[in-house]
Design a binder for this molecule. Structure first.
Ligand code: MLT
Length: 257
């Protein structure tokens, strides 16, 4: 339950609890190629975030903090005190907010194709336009226009099945959920300090070809114990573009804890 509302989550495997958060207009299904590679080693808990997938899309306003609280609520419901928390893109913004609010509930955390930096002024204006558009037209035209750009250019041409799957997952997002999440991302603060001041192990993963969170943004904050990894050739969607490599990096980080 999040805020008393039902949420959908995947819970597979045993061992160290690893919570995996999806990005904007994604769902737990964003991790469907990664969980089978990790569930033999760890307990993978993968929710549909507020407003996404089959979880509820209640009235706004949505905030990244509200999404992080939802993750805490899920852990409470499952009776799990401490986890390793990794988030893809918007899920990374949520992981940082969680790390700021509930550091004692983390063994470690990480961002996958995400950034601690806030939106700049132009970025914030684009969020307003996205929120307005998805409420007016539904999510489909937005997802059809932008999802190909989330893949590295040659992957968008070659990985047709993977791109089709990302589109299909995106189409399942409720307009109210997508609009709320766009405005939540618009309003997120700079959380570089969460990384710089944390004593926890932190994993930062970037895609060399990511046009949304390129390595300079993905690695914008670090401290002495940050593990930085670049997946060569991947765009913003290594979960689909390079699942073996992403799962290998995650497993090696979690096993090192
Ligand atoms: C995502 O994948 O979650 C979004 O691209 C993040 C963003 O737009 O900042």
């Amino acid at each position: 339950m999040i805020e008393g509302l039902p949420i959908r989550y995947v819970d597979r495997g045993q061992g160290t609890a690893l919570v995996l958060l999806h990005g904007f207009v994604g769902s737990a299904d964003y991790w469907e190629r990664i969980v089978p590679l990790l569930e033999g080693h760890f307990r993978c808990i993968v929710p549909d975030l507020l407003g996404h997938g089959e979880s509820e899309a209640p009235e706004g306003p949505y905030t990244i903090e509200r999404m992080a609280n939802g993750v805490a609520d899920l852990l409470d419901a499952l009776g799990i005190e401490q986890v390793v928390l990794l988030g893809h893109s918007m899920g990374g913004y949520t992981a940082l907010s969680f790390a700021e609010r509930y550091p004692t509930r983390l063994k470690a955390f990480g961002l996958v194709h995400s950034t601690p930096l806030p939106d700049d002024e132009a970025g914030r204006a684009k969020r307003d336009a996205v929120a307005e558009r998805v409420l007016r037209e539904g999510v489909r035209p937005f997802v059809e226009q932008f999802a190909p750009n989330w893949f590295a250019p040659d992957h968008a041409k070659r990985l047709r099945t993977e791109l089709a799957r990302v589109l299909e997952i995106g189409f399942g997002t409720k307009p109210q959920g997508a609009a709320g999440a766009a405005l939540a991302m618009r309003d997120r603060p700079d959380r570089g300090q969460v990384i710089r001041s944390s004593s926890l192990p932190i994993l930062l993963i970037a895609g060399s070809e990511d046009s949304i969170a390129p390595p300079a943004k993905a690695f914008a904050a670090e401290n002495g114990h940050t593990v930085k990894r670049t997946i060569e050739g991947a765009g913003h969607m290594s979960l689909f573009e390079a699942p073996q490599e992403l799962a290998r990096q995650i497993a090696s980080f979690v096993e090192s804890l």
